[in-house]
Design a protein around this ligand. Structure first.
Ligand code: GRG
Length: 295
């Protein structure tokens, strides 16, 4: 295993343990939604977003107790979005992270409620004093997450994805859609690490620039994997973009053009971190990981 894979695995272990504590099983009528939250959030995924939050915070010597909480908050939002995205009213997907999606394992109502509860618990975690003793810092992180996940961010991107007449989208249109749908949470992750670390405006700005390029590269790779991989390797259905005639980077740039664009973005995202010197190695490693990932 490469040194970076070992590092992201270690962080994922910390996040898994913290999520397990945040999401205990429960007796009585709430047991079902508690179990569904655990099914949707535990034991799966690359944990890329929490890794970005923790690695960015590490550059400012933030304690892992704090940074892992920020990482758990963004992972909970991500997991809620996947649970809702898999519902029959959206992507209608039976498979997620290589196992039945939450509505398949439970039912639609339970999946909706489990997603809602993960969404709200993310903000609960950020608001608690253990995340940062300074209420203004906690508020700044929560504000950033609200913007990244709501109508001006991920939800807005999902809305455009579902309802816009995508066949007419040009590169600017696809880029804007993906910046919102996938990019906003990736951007939040790195930026939140800088905020919890009380970085300067310029330092947080550099993290924003890094994660904006990284988010787009992530999406291009996602398009490539959707077109070239299979459900077994991805742990979710493949070939959906072409089936639904979605506007993707591959459709607009061709496969080679999309790959070149991803390489360009990976190079430029790393360059934004040069000001942090050696401390930025894990975040630069994350960029290579995004490019080389197979699921
Ligand atoms: C339902 C509000 C709402 C939003 C859904 C993010 C999203 C919006 C839907 C997910 C659909 C999708 C497959 C988008 C492509 C990019 C993406 C978010 C992939 C999944 O993220 P990974 O690869 O997944 O980080 P893991 O499982 O590793 O966490």
């Amino acid at each position: 295993m490469s040194a970076f894979n070992q590092t992201i695995k270690e962080t994922a272990g910390l996040v898994e343990a913290a999520l397990d504590k945040f999401l205990p099983t429960q007796d009585g009528p709430l047991g079902r939604v508690a179990d569904a939250m655990r099914w949707g959030a535990l034991d799966g995924g690359k944990r890329l977003r929490p890794f970005l939050a923790v690695a960015a915070a590490d550059m400012f010597d933030v304690s892992r107790v704090r940074s892992v909480r920020v990482g758990c908050a963004v992972e909970m939002i991500h997991c809620y979005s996947l649970i809702h995205d898999d519902l029959p009213a959206m992507d209608d997907s039976d498979l997620r992270r290589g196992r039945p999606s939450v509505h398949k394992k439970y039912d639609d109502a339970t999946a909706i409620l489990a997603g809602d509860a993960l969404l709200t618990q993310a903000f609960e975690i950020l608001a608690e004093e253990e995340t940062h003793p300074d209420g203004a810092v906690r508020c700044a992180i929560a504000l950033e997450l609200a913007r990244a996940s709501g109508k001006a961010g991920m939800v807005g991107g999902q809305m455009i994805d579902i309802y816009a007449e995508q066949k007419d989208f040009d590169l600017a249109g696809v880029t804007q859609l993906q910046r919102l749908k996938t990019g906003a949470l990736i951007r939040f992750s790195a930026v939140a690490g800088g905020i919890v670390g009380e970085g300067s405006k310029d330092e947080v700005g550099a993290l924003a620039a890094y994660s904006e390029d990284l988010g787009l590269a992530f999406q291009i790779v996602d398009d490539i994997l959707d077109a070239t991989s299979d459900a077994e390797a991805l742990g979710k259905p493949a070939g959906q973009d072409a089936e639904m005639d979605k506007a993707t980077f591959i459709k607009l740039l061709g496969m080679d053009g999309a790959k070149s664009k991803a390489v360009e973005l990976i190079d430029s995202c790393k360059a934004h971190l040069d000001r942090f010197g050696d401390k930025s190695a894990p975040l630069k490693g994350a960029a290579d990981f995004v490019f080389e990932r197979k699921n």
